[in-house]
Design a protein around this ligand. Structure first.
Ligand SMILES: N[C@@H](CCC(=O)N[C@@H](CS)C(=O)NCC(=O)O)C(=O)O
Length: 240
């Protein structure tokens, strides 16, 4: 059995989509990031970077003790290797997929995350117009990269649905909040609709819907408390 340390955000949904698509049994362990669960001593042992998702596989392939894995890209490589699904292993296909998984975690995730962050912030912390323009433009550039890539292939790595699609899709669901217009990206839109229609993807996206809260509907003091947890993070002191 796999324990999935999870909260329903785009990074978490990358893993639920994989698990639902492949029918891999798992158990959700909620990590309420608005409450600060990511800083608990137990979670820090699993991921010193205090971010979900993370997994613990209690039945690893080598027959040894439980294995913990953090970082969504590493988790998808691990699960794809374990199940033999969505990561073809011939040399050329393998690296076709690998480079797009790494592209997602190094480019699409961080930049779209910052686009959403600064666009939501308003002027609470002063004038954000440069940051909003910078990250909305970066988001636009990255949708352009997907659009160009999908112009002449069905999925990101070719004819087959792979972990490159699994990892990139959940970040595109909120294209409006990232300041984009989907009709500008015709080839991307075709892929977005096709991937979004897969039942496994829909099930994966829905996991934890009961856990999610719309923070913008909470009382102002509660919103402030959550902002302090999420947006004022500095190094955790380490004992000598
Ligand atoms: N590069 C990491 C990013 C994970 C990440 O940023 N997770 C966010 C939620 S989407 C988180 O746990 N945030 C907690 C916090 O900001 O304290 C991955 O791909 O797994």
């Amino acid at each position: 059995m796999i324990d999935l340390h999870y909260w329903p955000t785009p990074n978490g949904k990358k893993v639920t989509i994989f698990l639902e698509e492949t029918g891999t049994p798992y158990r959700v362990v909620p990590v309420n990031i608005s409450r600060g669960d990511q800083f608990s001593p137990e979670f820090l042992k699993l991921n010193p970077n205090h971010r979900m998702p993370a997994i613990v596989d209690h039945e690893p392939k080598d027959g040894g003790g439980p294995i913990g894995v953090f970082e969504s890209g590493a988790i998808l490589f691990y699960l794809a290797e374990k199940t033999g699904k969505f990561w073809p292993q011939d040399l050329r296909s393998k690296y076709e997929v690998t480079q797009w998984v790494v592209w997602q975690v190094a480019n699409q995730g961080p930049k779209l995350g910052e686009a959403g962050h600064f666009r939501r912030l308003g002027d609470r912390e002063g004038d954000q117009s440069y940051a909003v323009r910078r990250f909305t433009d970066e988001a636009n550039r990255l949708y352009g990269v997907l659009n160009m890539r999908l112009r002449d292939r069905r999925y990101l790595a070719g004819d087959e649905f792979t972990i490159a699609d699994v990892i990139s899709y959940p970040w595109t669901v909120n294209w409006q909040a990232q300041g984009q217009e989907i009709d500008e990206f015709r080839h991307f839109k075709r892929w977005f609709e096709e991937v979004g229609a897969r039942p496994g993807v829909q099930r994966g996206l829905a996991v934890g819907a009961d856990l999610a809260t719309d923070n913008s509907k909470l009382p102002p003091e509660e919103q402030e408390r959550i902002r302090k947890i999420l947006y004022n993070q500095r190094a955790i002191p380490v004992a000598d």
